[in-house]
Design a binder for this molecule. Sequence first.
Ligand code: MOS
Length: 675
Amino acid sequence: MEGPEKVTGTARYAVEYPVDGVTYGWAVPSAVVRGRITRVDTAAALASPGVLAVLHHGNAPRLAPGPERELWLLQEPAVHYRGQYVAVVVATSLEAAREGARLVRIDYDAGPHSTVLTDDHPGLYKPDHVNPSYPADTAEGDFDAGYAAAPVRVDTTYRTPAYHNNPMEPHATTAHWHDGRLLVHDSTQGTSSVRATLAELFELPPESIRVVAEHVGGGFGSKGYAKAPVVLAALAARHVDRPVRLALTRQQLFGPIGYRTPTIQRVRLAADTDGRLTAICHDAISQTSTIREFAEQTAVYTRSMYAAPHRRTTHRLVRLDVPTPFWMRAPGECPGAYALESAVDELAIAAGIDPVELRVRNDTAVDPDQGRPFTSRNLVGCLREGARRFGWADRNPSPRSRRDGRWLIGTGVAGSSYPARARPSSATATARPDGGFLVRINATDIGTGARTAIWQVAADALGVPPERVEIRIGDSDLPTAPVAGGSMGTASWSWAVVRACQSLREKLRDSPGEVTAEADTTDEVGNQPARPRYAYGAQFVEVRVDVDTGEVRLNRMLGVFAAGRVVNPTTARSQLIGGMTMGLSMALHEEGLLDERYGDWVNHDLATYHITGCADVESVEAYWLDEQDDELNPAGVKGLGEIGIVGTAAAVANAVHHATGVRVRDLPIRLDKLI
Ligand code: MOS
């Protein structure tokens, strides 16, 4: 829908709204990892042309010391991690603010710090639960006995580094206070959630805050919650009593806005000689910060993916002097699937069974974790259809069995799954006297095509051509709706939209004219029977590896998915190939490197933090099965924002092993690990 606005440059993003008297904020990060600010000298900054104010813990407006410890910024002299924002300079131009920030002098008392995750860290502990609310550990049967008795076993440890969200549009906010109301244009995945957080921090009724996010240049999870820039901009606007714009630079995205935690994952699998799993254990270690517990659900994927009589999963965390990790596309499932789907490949080799066939043999109609049947599970369909389209049947299973000149060629496969969730949402539908309709819901389109999907769902539910329907989203003054995250946006929003439209049609039967109907799905979503609901997929990858240099190139990548009803094939395909491309990036390129001496990220820009570019993706294809599942939501969608990335890195690593005979268990697969 918004394509013409985007390609003509008229779509407005958070810091592009014209605002009279706007000023500019520049955030100052701490220069130490852990310690206390002992002195802030603002004299030189304040004397610099255009600088209006320097906010710091000594003069900033007060925030409520609630649970939002991470966002309790400029409130205390304590520093909890390197890069924590400790001051904001406000000036009449961006350049003046930046120059002012350079002139602020801050002295610290720095203490010792611990910033590197290890599997023997003395601070390892078991969290109460892992995100969003899973038990930290699970056990069924007797893993140790089952494992010891099995004829085929693998015991391997996989490591993934920190990954940094790099949406095209960095986190950015324009904030102004007037008439006691706070108006914020924010680059966020959900303005209802940002409004709630600001209300809590500033101790205001939610109605006195309006957050708008009409267009958002991506988030990948990092904008799934209010982050430092929106809080700093609101604080600064209150302090100087003028509108403030605050945008992070690309470099500032590395750390304080969240990142995917590094993981250390031990996976043990045991099977009988037919490749049927008898014992599964997945022990995951990840990190959090000292100010907030973020417990990534790394091993949760393993609980429901394949069945075995003896199963165990554990999560351990360490509180380090680091910024708090946060969501990044398919948090938990993505790194967890890399480990499990790699280990399944290793098991297939140990058992001498084709990895597609081994996965098919271990399919299960009943969720091993919940003990209930899946509402639908088409993993086998994805594997079979993917194998057919990819041309898997001719594969010689021996590593290093294909060579084309300098290149060793290999193929790999992985399964994938992602929960199909929905959250309560509200919406309104209005019939206008001119025969048009208006649907209002505070959904957010972060570049995925969500606005278009909702438009189609609404037109369907109203039984009118889409041209007669207008959609309004991206504004917290609209009916409250959940974030664009967890692959549950379309499922959650369309539920409320369908109900509002259905109710409008009923009302119109009695009284035609200008009529509005409202819907709130809180009860309906809450009363949904507890059943395991998941989307599934299978990714197939062919790589070539230079026999001398170890350079890995992607020949082709193909995924087949089962994600319920697909509302819009164009935007769905875009989500899936985008997810798979990020999975390739995880396998081959991305790696956050932290220097323990400074507790800081060494590679914090796109020149040094490598991501997959278009030239790295020679061929990527995404397909899906027709899947009708009536136990999901009225639109029958499972969501597909995240499943594309889940499994992909394992498929790449499995293909690299097939090409070279080298099993890389710590990502990324750099050439130095292959030669
Ligand atoms: Mo996605 S990481 O749930 O925003």
